[in-house]
Write a protein that binds this ligand. Structure first.
Ligand SMILES: NC(=O)C1=CN([C@@H]2O[C@H](COP(=O)(O)OP(=O)(O)OC[C@H]3O[C@@H](n4cnc5c(N)ncnc54)[C@H](OP(=O)(O)O)[C@@H]3O)[C@@H](O)[C@H]2O)[C@@H](O)CC1
Ligand SMILES: [K+]
Length: 481
């Protein structure tokens, strides 16, 4: 793995345990815990005026961070109390942190939470492995303003799922790297503002954790830049299958492909060719039979599904796969394969929304990352599950979470644009997972820059700049490492 990809990794709680274990053999956990608690105290001090703070401490190292934070806040002369759910295990770093806190201790009760101006929740963090008891949740629910150490104590750090019903937090302070549960909903909302503190974790400990989930950012992948010697075939040819009834979707995908930098975009429209020829003049419309078009070896990448009926998919997708083409299947192609995902075998990338995903593989449940990863393994192709946070899995188990997006993207035709962008990046020669990740990011960047209440056609005007920005950011990331 390239070192700079560690910058964007999102270790799971299990991987954090491996990292902690490795760290305990190098720096010791106590030093890391001290910096973690200090970072919590600093984050609180820089955001809130001095006020009555109650720190809720659990029995593990999350609680240990809480005792350290309490000690540093008290040293800054804030009125602080600690309420312990249970005492830490004797001999561990949390017990030592508890011993060093000499301030006020009160009972772990809802009344004490209600009396505080600010409650710091250091009950459970990465070690949360089951729903907290009512005894815990009744206290958390009584708090006014909440700050989480690492994670809210009822949010699963791997999936973002809430294991109990609880309030939203003002702030979460995590360490080393955010966890998937900070990025995935509903944890993404519950955690409030996210601060990730550098606590001096040695990089080899992070490496030892072998993270396999990443935040989707330029630098995780890089998009080809324009070269002086480029010609349209080196930039890449995108071919789309066009149908007779819904040409709009195919055209939107074609426009997305063109706007994101494809050298040439062609629609294979058969008998519907005349209708497509009335569209954008920069598009090439073919009416020859598919078999004849496939004689052109330069036409490697095909997008099949947007605007197609199931019959039209049936007539095209198997032919493209049999011809060894790189096929991106979306929309109609996913409906065609509902209940029989094997029909998509041989396809390189699929881009379902949640309904299409459920039709193919069943509902993803709480652990969306695992569901998408399983689907990618099962079909041996890249699976991109669209959502407010898009999950992109490779058959080898790598997963990227794309939160570089805006609700403005949630408009009809937006998915067609996205598939066109990904097709362009595949045609430019990017590996399949990287192309899907980069496509999601470019699409999000275009949406973020398309102004208020954009319609889908507005995104196209921002895709070129999005690509240029991705190239610049990836270059920066490479320089920094
Ligand atoms: N990674 C880093 O860089 C660093 C990480 N650090 C910090 O370490 C934290 C992880 O610490 P951790 O591994 O000790 O786990 P933690 O969250 O304290 O919980 C374990 C305890 O909770 C218990 N328990 C769990 N669920 C429960 C439930 N529902 N109901 C009741 N009990 C429950 C569980 O009990 P058991 O399951 O054994 O019965 C066990 O006693 C991490 O979040 C971060 O804050 C920093 O200090 C240093 C650098
Ligand atoms: K916590």
């Amino acid at each position: 793995m390239m070192a700079h990809t560690l910058r964007f990794c999102l270790p799971t709680p299990a991987q954090c345990a491996t990292m902690d274990e490795a760290a305990s053999r190098i720096t010791g956990i106590a030093a890391l815990m001290d910096r973690a608690g200090w970072a919590v105290a600093q984050a609180v001090r820089s955001r809130f005026a001095p006020c009555r703070v109650l720190v809720l401490c659990g029995p593990g190292n999350n609680g240990g961070d809480g005792y350290v934070a309490a000690r540093y806040l008290e040293r800054a002369r804030w009125p602080v109390q600690v309420a312990a759910l249970a005492e830490p295990r004797e001999g561990g770093p949390a017990a030592e942190a508890a011993r060093l806190f000499r301030g006020n201790r009160v009972a772990f009760t809802p009344e004490n939470a209600r009396r505080a101006d600010l409650v710091i929740d250091a009950v459970f963090g990465a070690g949360l492995d089951r729903a907290p008891a009512d005894e815990v949740m009744n206290v958390i629910r009584e708090a006014g303003t909440l700050v989480a150490v690492d994670l809210p104590s009822f949010v699963n750090g791997k999936t973002g799922a809430a294991l109990a019903e609880g309030p939203d937090y003002a702030l979460s302070v995590t360490f080393v790297r955010p966890k998937p549960g900070h990025i995935l909903p509903p944890g993404r909302v519950t955690r409030g503002e996210l601060v990730c503190a550098d606590i001096g974790m040695p990089m080899r400990c992070l490496e030892a954790a072998a993270p396999d989930i990443w935040l989707n950012q330029p630098g995780l992948w890089s998009v080809p830049a324009m070269k002086p010697e480029d010609h349209k075939y080196s930039r890449g040819v995108v071919s789309l299958c066009g149908g007779r009834i819904m040409p709009g979707a195919t055209r939107l995908a074609a426009a997305g492909a063109r706007a994101s930098g494809a050298g040439l975009v062609r629609i294979s429209a058969g008998r519907a060719a005349e209708a497509y020829r009335l569209g954008a003049p920069g598009l090439v419309i073919d009416d020859a039979p598919l078999a004849a078009l496939l004689e052109d070896e330069r036409r490697k990448v095909w997008l099949c599904g947007p605007g197609l009926t199931e019959d039209e998919v049936e007539a095209t997708l198997p032919v493209l796969v049999a011809a060894g083409r790189v096929v991106l299947a979306d929309a109609g192609a996913l409906g065609w394969a509902a209940g029989a995902p094997d029909k998509l075998r041989g396809v390189s990338v699929i881009t379902p929304h949640i309904g299409e995903f459920a039709g193919l593989f069943g509902k993803p449940g709480d652990d969306r990352v695992q569901a998408v990863r399983d689907a990618a393994r099962e079909l041996d192709c890249v699976v991109l599950l669209k959502g407010s946070v898009t999950v992109i899995a490779a058959p080898d188990g790598r997963v990227a979470l794309n939160d570089h997006a805006t609700p403005a993207l949630a408009t009809a035709g937006s998915g067609d644009t996205l598939s066109g962008v990904i097709a362009t990046l595949l045609a430019a020669g990017m590996p399949h997972w990287e192309a899907a990740c980069a496509g999601a990011w470019l699409h999000g960047e275009a949406g973020l820059n398309a102004g208020n209440w954009p319609i889908v056609e507005d995104f196209d005007g921002h895709l070129g700049d999005a690509r240029a920005r991705a190239i610049a950011l990836a270059a920066d990331a490479a320089c920094d490492d």
